[in-house]
Design a protein around this ligand. Sequence first.
Ligand SMILES: [Zn+2]
Ligand SMILES: [Zn+2]
Ligand SMILES: [Zn+2]
Ligand SMILES: [Zn+2]
Length: 764
Amino acid sequence: MLTLSKVFGEQNELVPFIASYKNELETVKVLHTLPAAKQQRFNELTHELLDSLDDVHDLKACAERSRSNREHGNAVYTKRSKTNESDRRESLLLACHLYTQAILQAENVHEELCLGYANRGMALQEFGLYKEAYDDCECALEYGYPQKLQHKLIMRQAHCAWQLGDVHKLSEHLSWLEQQQLNAGYVNQLEQLQQQLTKLQEQQSSEPKEELASEQVPSLLILGKNHKISAHSGIKGRHMVATQSIQSGDIIFKEQTACFVPLEPGLICQQCAASVLYAPIPCSQCHQRVVYCSRRCRQLNEQIHSYECAGYKKNLFTLLGVSHLALRMVLCYVQEWQTELVRGSSVQEKWKMLMDKARKCYDWSSASQGLLSLCMMSHLDKAASEELIYYALCANLLQVYLHKCTNFYEQLGVDAREDWDLLIAALILRCAGQLLCNGHVGDTILLRSQCHMMESKLWRAPFRLHLGQMHKFDSVALTTALNLPYLALCNHACAPSIRLHCDGRAVSCLAAKQIEADEEIFNCYTLDYRNSSCAMRQAQLQQTFKFRCKCINCTGSKPDEIFLSFNRYRCEFCAHIFVPSKQEEFKWWESESNLAIKCSKCQATQLFNWYGILRNTLEFCSEQQQRRKAYKAFEELDTWLLDYHSLKLHLAQQLIAACLTAKANGATFDDIDYKQLSRILDHLLAGVAAQHGADSMTYISHLTYLMDLAAFGKYKCSSEQLRAVRTAINYLPTDTKRIFVNYYNDFIEQRSAANGNANANANA
Ligand SMILES: [Zn+2]
Ligand SMILES: [Zn+2]
Ligand SMILES: [Zn+2]
Ligand SMILES: [Zn+2]
């Protein structure tokens, strides 16, 4: 099979060295104006690669796997307890999980899909996830659920619509059911639902109607009057300035993007970027690499996905990194840019008109996202020839893909093939160049990867965890790559003045500190000064962003002082205090290779025996004796790791997580356990706040430990700490926030109210 690197390698040989860069159009032209024989081979390679990436699955085997999961699910579902509520719930969740597997494995076999959805809908409804259950019934119908049984699904949908208070859908389904020949049991259900409909109608006619939010969301949702974009040309370029003093924690702006891609398949919805919590709805055409949180989202994404489905099926996009987001940019904004492109008579003229538009100045806070994106900076002109050719080959591949595998060109309504091939490839290349220095990666809190959402021990009810399960949401993952052209107007500093919080496609930009009027507002493009040395940052800034940072943290007399304070060791031989000398040595415990860390004074290689001892006990935290050993080993770290040493924080996190996991699996804790864990947690939270900030996702993920310990009633929270927890929860994306808020209200608020902390209720 051909691989991307092999094809790009051979194509690279055919392309001449690009000595001087003119623009994106001229660069892709090079790939289109090779000598005839070379050109032919070049084009063949692109087509051969696209053909060879076809990933054909054995549908019969898929159907069998799907069926076996569904049958397993059915067995669990049928045997569920009718008397013991918690056993029944566990069986329901397990059945849901198996049905989801059945749906994911069914590929595009409709018989399996429709049964998988129908059965999952049944289990979801019983668990109380009515929205998801409703959608599953709809999917089952879509994939051809047998006609003579359809009344079962419609009845279920009517029931869900009633639970959701959806009068319109409820009456629609009831009138359909009224036309059917039903047996006595169903007639009875129908009558009950008809009564519920009347009740709902009476209720809702007395309530004021809520305005439906419009589908078209502006790119800038909230725009405070606390800042402006200064358009000075010169070295600084466009930048953001505070027009009045802004308090730490205040929102500066909130930007919602039309253009993002998920970084990992299956985790988040392709349309709204929310975590797909309970019931993923996959596109059945592209090997489940694309999932949605609802049918509504699948429908809204339909057009964009029609251009990408074939690519997902070939698994083309993961190979291409930033160029995938560049393709998405073109798909999202090309109609807006087309106005210029159709006016010019030649390719050059078309391109020039668009670039003229990109160079002008606009009122940035009211400009459309397509326009803001068009005007973003790019440093392709400073890139080395091979880097430039690599991105040009990616753009070429994607353009040929669009032409060969999708109806993008027809939808765009353009002909004159060669012109548009050049223009589309040039646009993809341009977007890639812009994203290299302006793209943003969004993080979120997820369930740790060893668990799955339908794990039977997790939930007491939808969005309500069991006591002691909060710590399982302790992992922070990068989930999205987003185009945020308004945010991109901020310049870089190594101590940013803002903090970003993602909620699906929207990013809130908050002041990370007090910002004075007329002060410039800075983002940080790399790791900040607390988490990287000046040399590390400068290397990255130079390579990716093509500039040298001159912020106060880079030009001061001791630029690395704070970073190094998280990395100070005491030598095991001469007691000298030292920091590692090489970059790769800083987080040696994360690296695969065996690095020898040497004392800077006596040059002795450190043994780090204490590390092995503590690591070994982590696996056995279910045993009290081993936990005692671990607490002791942790205490002794103070001798070798100074202050809030990164490694000590890492081990504290590992130890607490291991103990809470052991407890969730049935280990019994005594007061010594709680006392020790509380002490270790205090150190961890204080350290993470110092290193990452108390409004960072890392900090919030560690608060899950505090929430569990507090919920057990074994961690003494001050009212100040509780307030901090509530504030932090507010930074979470809507879907995850719901889980945290419920946990807080169910287990912590009650305790703290009993302890005299009134008004501690968190808001959903
Ligand atoms: Zn969604
Ligand atoms: Zn698809
Ligand atoms: Zn700097
Ligand atoms: Zn030494």
